[in-house]
Design a protein around this ligand. Structure first.
Ligand code: NAD
Length: 489
């Protein structure tokens, strides 16, 4: 079987290498988290398929690198056109594969996929650049040259959105790409590969190798012919990639986990604070940026908790294909077990679970009830480790100093949400937070012109706008002396 029908749309289950479909000797089984149903057998790649894909990308590199920026941008825009024509199919495939809400995929996620492509095409042609400047009469000219083969490794929580957040700048920069999608959610990447071909992207410029566990990913990051590795995923995997990359000194970009604070100051509007806190359950809590630690001023903690639990009780959990659903399943039964493990250990250690705390077995799939842990014991793993599920903790604070110590008191530094009615107070807090992105009185507003990334263990580097090109390209300065030209004489 080389292709499966997902929500009526055929999706190839083989790798995409050098513009052709390539099978493997073995496969692995892909199921839907909605109800555990069988989706298909996926080609299971390893070192052999990675060698083929890197060789294809390496062979395609000189011609793609030499393609004028405007032409590279035109191909990206054609891929974006095809994504827009296929929003319904892509949304259905993604929802069946990772359990994300169909309404979010249709309205937000898939349009954003197209936007990722258009944005970096436009940035390449219209915004990338730095004015020349002089040093003692010498001209400095900065350029962003294609660097080679970029290895992209992506997670399952927003599969195609996060993949195109890497694919678009890498291709725009003139690199060629080998993508290794997460094993639980390979389908939209495969469908997307066909769109790149239809859009006229030359064979070998974009390749996809599927794999199970570390097999394909580990072979990819150890490959000596890479110019870049861009990885979004967990801290332990990043450490192992960094070790492999060290052998070839391959530059890495890491977008990793978080345990971000959602801070409610004493001057906050309570309704807004509750609305934003509830949003931290988005995508069933499987969002790296989630403010999973609610930090609430003690003067309003009681009122906040009452309003929060009342609002959480109205959330509809169920089939993500239903437009009325607010919280769908976790990505996989194994991930559900991991979340359950965290909550069970919290419970066994005496933590106060005031809401949820168990799988929602009535629904039949990988569903976990939205959960709240009140005043966890400092240092307990429920408040230090990334659960990556619909599990929030709530801690109170009295002074700003106490708040800052709590907010910055984890190994992560990805994001923060601050809710406040006093601009000066909010400013004082945000200036002291360690985080790559801070939202004040809002959540998830994300502009690709802005830098994105994590501090501390949440990642290395920043992407977005020119920051992305700084990573994928070889940035070069050419210094030209004012004299020495034939026409000087
Ligand atoms: P993961 O680290 O388990 O896997 C990520 C990817 O790495 C998968 O494609 C996997 O197959 C691959 N992989 C596994 N072992 C490998 C190895 N040894 N070498 C190379 N590749 C390997 O992460 P996950 O569970 O898929 O994703 C969840 C994590 O991703 C969370 O920690 C979350 O916070 C993080 N995340 C971060 C961001 C961000 O932008 N900062 C966004 C989304 C998710």
């Amino acid at each position: 079987m080389t292709s499966i029908a997902v929500a009526g749309t055929p999706v190839d289950t083989r790798h995409f290498i050098g513009g052709s479909r390539v099978a493997s000797d073995s496969t692995y089984t892909n199921t839907s988290p909605i109800d555990g149903s069988f989706l298909g057998e996926i080609a299971r790649g390893g070192a052999h398929e990675i060698d083929l894909a890197v060789a294809a990308a390496k062979a395609a590199f000189p011609a793609w690198a030499a393609t004028p920026p405007a032409e590279r941008a035109a191909v990206l825009n054609r891929i974006a056109d095809l994504v827009e024509e296929n929003i319904e199919a892509l949304s259905n495939i993604e929802t069946l594969d990772n359990g994300g809400l169909i309404r979010s995929n249709r309205r937000g996620v898939m349009p954003r996929v197209a936007h990722n492509l258009r944005f970096f095409a436009d940035w390449l042609v219209n915004h990338l650049g730095h004015p020349d400047f002089e040093t003692r009469g010498h001209t400095n000219h900065i350029s962003w040259d294609p660097s080679g083969v970029a290895a992209l490794i992506t997670p399952w929580n927003a599969p195609l959105m996060l993949a195109t957040w890497k694919i678009a700048p890498a291709l725009a920069a003139g690199d060629t790409v080998v993508l290794k999608p997460a094993e639980w959610t390979p389908l939209t990447a495969s469908f997307f590969a066909d769109l790149t071909k239809k859009a006229g992207l030359p064979d070998g410029v974009f390749n996809v190798v599927q794999g199970y566990g570390a097999e394909a990913g580990a072979a990819l990051v150890a490959h000596p012919d890479l110019s870049r590795i861009s990885f979004t995923g967990s801290v332990p995997t990043a450490k192992s990639i960094a070790r492999a990359a060290a052998e070839n000194l391959t530059p890495c970009s890491f977008e990793l986990g978080g345990k971000s604070p959602c801070i409610v100051l004493e001057d906050a509007d309570l309704d807004l604070a509750v609305t934003l806190a509830i949003e931290q359950y988005d995508n069933a809590g499987q969002v790296c940026l989630s403010g999973t630690r609610l930090l609430v001023h003690e003067s309003i903690a009681e009122a906040f908790t009452a309003a929060f639990t009342a609002k959480a009780a109205t959330l509809v959990q169920g089939d993500p294909r239903d437009a009325a659903t607010d919280i769908g399943p976790q990505v996989h039964l194994k991930h559900l077990d991991r979340i359950k493990g965290f909550v069970d250990r919290a419970s066994a250690s005496g933590q106060n679970i005031v809401m949820g705390g168990t799988p929602n077995e009535e629904l039949g799939g990988a569903y976990f009830r939205p959960t709240l842990v009140l005043e966890p014991t400092p240092g307990n793993e429920i408040v230090t480790a990334e659960v990556f599920g619909p599990v929030l903790t709530l801690q109170t604070f009295r002074t700003d100093a106490e708040l800052i110590a709590l907010a910055n008191g984890t190994e992560f530094g990805l994001a923060a949400v601050v809710v406040s009615g006093d601009r000066a107070h909010a400013d004082r807090i945000t200036s002291q937070l360690v985080a790559g992105t801070i939202w004040v009185n809002c959540f998830f507003v994300r502009d690709l012109r802005a830098p994105f990334g994590g501090s501390k263990k949440s990642g290395t580097g920043r992407e977005g706008g020119t920051w992305s090109f700084d990573f994928y390209a070889d940035v070069k300065n050419t210094v030209v002396a004012p004299t020495g030209w034939a026409d000087d004489k």
